[in-house]
Design a protein around this ligand. Structure first.
Ligand SMILES: Nc1nc2c(ncn2[C@@H]2O[C@H](COP(=O)(O)OP(=O)(O)OP(=O)(O)O)[C@@H](O)[C@H]2O)c(=O)[nH]1
Ligand SMILES: [Mg+2]
Length: 242
């Protein structure tokens, strides 16, 4: 049985429950004491769909002074859990800063991700309503929504679902990228510099710098030269190159 390895990075403001979510997923237990994290790494093998996947889970520090230390993990990450606490509105607002930092470090417009609304067992103290969380998830990346999942690390609610969902997001992105690269490689070569590719979906996650530079056409696309029509679609870009 093949076993792919994926790296999932858990980010969010201090005390939102990143460690509790990670430990609940890996060890199926809830830690009540609070011990600020610098960085912890966990591994867990999961069967998701028909595939066995080894997950490397990086539990990051919430405190700002450690954010630069996290950059190598951001770069390595296949997917992210963006966690906030439903009882602390500031942690919800802070996600915008963390999101932008992740995108800047990875030099991309979107990443496979799930928005995790944690501590939902504390309903009486709730300050971020579900509707607002869902609304934010709809536009989490400029033109691209992310799944929104309400969790309680304390009760174990939806923790497995959050990790499985991000794995599915990663797989979906990989599928889109391989479709794009296949179409590129099958494109009809018109001259030394141009290939003809009909209606290729360019996954949003493929930033300009990630389009394979070995392909002349891709080089020209990057430079914005040549005859090409680029139109926005609901998901990613559709590109007709003639
Ligand atoms: N009631 C409740 N408490 C939670 C939940 N998740 C975490 N906590 C508590 O919130 C506190 C902070 O949890 P942590 O998991 O340490 O938070 P963190 O995001 O890892 O914090 P940093 O490592 O400092 O960034 C702890 O006391 C946890 O027990 C939850 O779902 N419900
Ligand atoms: Mg922690």
């Amino acid at each position: 049985m093949s076993c792919a390895s994926l790296c999932i990075v858990v980010v969010g403001a201090p005390t939102v429950g990143k460690s509790s979510v990670s430990i609940q997923f890996v060890q199926r237990e809830f830690i009540t004491y609070y011990d600020p994290t610098i960085m912890e790494a966990y591994r867990r093998q999961e069967v998701i769909g028909h595939e066995t996947v080894m997950l490397d889970i990086i539990d990051t520090a919430g405190q700002d002074e450690f954010v630069n230390m996290m950059h190598p993990y951001f770069r390595k990450a296949d997917g992210f859990l963006f966690v906030f606490s439903v009882v602390n509105r500031e942690t919800f607002q802070h996600l915008v800063i963390i999101r932008d930092e992740v995108l800047r470090v990875k030099d991309t417009k979107s990443v496979p991700a799930v928005l995790v609304a944690n501590k939902t067992d504390l309903q009486n103290e709730r300050t971020v309503p579900e509707g607002e969380g869902r609304q934010f998830a709809q536009h989490f990346f400029r033109d691209h929504h992310v799944p929104y999942i309400e969790t309680s690390a304390k009760m174990g609610t939806n923790i497995v679902k959050a990790f499985h969902t991000v794995v599915n997001e990663i797989k979906e992105q990989k599928r889109q990228e391989s479709t794009f690269l296949n179409a590129l490689s099958k494109g009809r070569r018109l001259s030394q510099d141009w290939v003809r590719v009909e209606e290729v979906e360019i996954p949003q996650s493929l930033g300009a710098s990630e389009v394979p530079s070995s392909t002349k056409m891709a080089t020209q696309m990057k430079a914005g030269m040549g005859t090409q029509k680029k139109k926005k679609k609901k998901k990613g870009w559709s590109c007709v190159i003639l």
